[in-house]
Design a protein around this ligand. Structure first.
Ligand SMILES: [Mg+2]
Length: 280
């Protein structure tokens, strides 16, 4: 991959499109690569419900056999405190320890439901997939509207996520066709790609699309994700602050931070932002 310095790209494209042509066309990005959870879909709710089903049935069973009562899993505060953002098995271990339960770690191949950290983690994934299939998943309509607009305007779209359930999630939402490439947890494992904050999965998505990261955009809601976009040399990194973390996203590499993609102002707003970021 050849990286051309930004100012040179700007001269090449901007001059060509704006100065030397009689009917100026906006300076378009070549591709926009979106993170999944928190950017395209509200997957957190499905995760939280799966954790709740897993832990509360386990705590009840265990309580019965030991003649004890354990305080159940509650979304608030247990989700953010013990499981959110952690690898699955660490989430199991961390929540159980909060109830003073320590069980053997086990192995990733343990059958779902076996009384090990891995067994319970595997059961959680089963529950997650079953809720997805039955109830679908909510999407952020502003993001989806922008993706459709990009496609109509010939700008390539991709999804880059560390989730191994990415394909199922997109299918459950009925939006798998809106993304021309998908680099997720399964692809990463196959190709041995490093996770965020390394830029591997975003760069791979651009490579699959045949686009230059320097003329492409990353949209992310996580600190590690905007760091990855910055490290990858993307032309614009948009941070979505779903939590109260605007400043943190900005400090870690977001060129622009919004609370929701509706603030971008559609493709026109996106073109303006992209152009301004190059010029600045
Ligand atoms: Mg995310």
């Amino acid at each position: 991959m050849v990286f051309i310095p930004r100012h040179l790209l700007f001269l090449l494209f901007y001059n060509h499109r704006f100065v030397n042509t009689s009917s100026p066309k906006p300076f378009d990005p070549e591709a926009v690569i979106f993170d999944l959870d928190g950017v395209i879909t509200r997957t957190a709710r499905v995760h939280s419900r799966a954790w709740e089903q897993l832990f509360n049935s386990y705590l009840e069973q265990r309580g019965k056999s030991l003649g004890k009562t354990y305080p159940p899993f509650r979304h608030d505060p247990d989700y953010l405190k013990y499981v959110d953002g952690k690898p699955r098995y660490e989430g199991v271990d961390s929540f159980l320890r909060s109830r003073e339960i320590v069980i053997p770690w086990g192995f990733p191949g343990d059958p779902p439901g076996m009384e090990t950290v891995c067994g319970l983690g595997n059961r959680k994934n089963e529950l997650f997939r079953s809720i997805l299939r039955k109830e679908g998943v909510e999407t952020f309509s502003s993001t989806i509207a922008l993706v459709r607009e990009l496609l109509e305007n010939g700008i390539a779209t991709g999804v880059a996520s560390s989730s191994k359930n990415c394909r199922e999630i997109l299918e459950a939402a009925g939006i798998e066709k809106l993304f021309q490439t998908r680099v997720d947890g399964e692809v990463s494992a196959e190709l041995d790609l490093k996770g965020k904050p390394e830029p591997d999965i975003f760069l791979k998505a651009c490579e699959n699309l045949g686009k230059d990261p320097g003329i492409s955009i990353v949209v992310e809601d996580a600190v590690s994700g905007v760091q990855a976009g910055k490290k990858g040399g993307f032309g614009l990194v948009i941070g979505i602050a779903r939590e109260d973390n605007r400043e943190e996203l900005r400090r870690n590499g977001a060129d622009v931070v919004v609370n929701d993609m509706s603030e971008i102002g559609g493709i026109k707003g996106l073109r303006d932002l992209f152009r301004r970021n190059f010029a600045g």
